[in-house]
Design a binder for this molecule. Sequence first.
Ligand SMILES: Nc1ncnc2c1ncn2[C@@H]1O[C@H](COP(=O)(O)OP(=O)(O)OP(=O)(O)O)[C@@H](O)[C@H]1O
Ligand SMILES: [Mg+2]
Length: 262
Amino acid sequence: MSTDQTPVQAPQPPKDRKPVVIVDDVHVEYKVFATGKRPTAADRRSKVLRGRGKQMRTVHALKGVSFTAYEQDSIGVIGTNGSGKSTLMRAIVGLTPASRGAIYASSRPSLLGVGAALMKDLSGERNIILGGLAMGFSMDEIEASFDDIVAFSGLEKFIDLPMRAYSSGMTARLKFALASVQTHDILIVDEALAVGDRKFRARSEARIREIRDNAGTVFLVSHSMQSILDTCSRVIWLDQGTLVMDGDPEEVIDAYNEAQDK
Ligand SMILES: Nc1ncnc2c1ncn2[C@@H]1O[C@H](COP(=O)(O)OP(=O)(O)OP(=O)(O)O)[C@@H](O)[C@H]1O
Ligand SMILES: [Mg+2]
């Protein structure tokens, strides 16, 4: 066992709430082609021009992460760029396979990310219908919640325009509005709120609290400590693929900020 690491605070398991996600010693390794280690300028030129020197490199993005999420937990996930947050979220939804360890979930988690697929050439309106169908709703069900989705997104004036004409914040609003009609037992939000304006962020945060209050479990990946403090009951801090701390939002965020200032 290494002794130079900060010990992970494992919070006491809550007595009356069921575990919904168990992450057990999860490792994720990406295999990528790299162009080689720190070439000289001349080297670099010849490599770029001739496309030479590709070699397989392994990026060890998660190095043995373990924790248990319970119902009604809303877990903020923090850490510097490249610390493994999105990798962990993608592993929980099953999009990225774990190379070691295991993940158990009591129901299928849904990931709401900036990457969720919408069709740029179609109008917001048609994207709501297609997105709804993709989520398994019938046409009647989509019709019934259509106005709510549009109202939540606040895009009434733009709903008949192709999404190509939307700003990134407007796109994020539509995605969040669409995803929030579904009842989620386990919802994962990876940076999707970051591009929304203050009013929309407040509305989305209220929605996250509502999901949590309905016995759901929410993971919120964010670089906004304020969003995390406003919505989360627990915070996980990842650093270089390792879980550094898991516990009370204020305590973890304080320790994280302190480490950043060093
Ligand atoms: N598809 C991929 N192929 C190869 N390496 C990847 C891939 N996705 C992520 N990585 C690497 O895995 C590590 C963790 O990346 P990840 O995207 O999980 O970080 P993150 O904490 O979400 O960062 P950010 O705050 O920038 O979103 C980084 O070193 C990154 O370069
Ligand atoms: Mg990320």
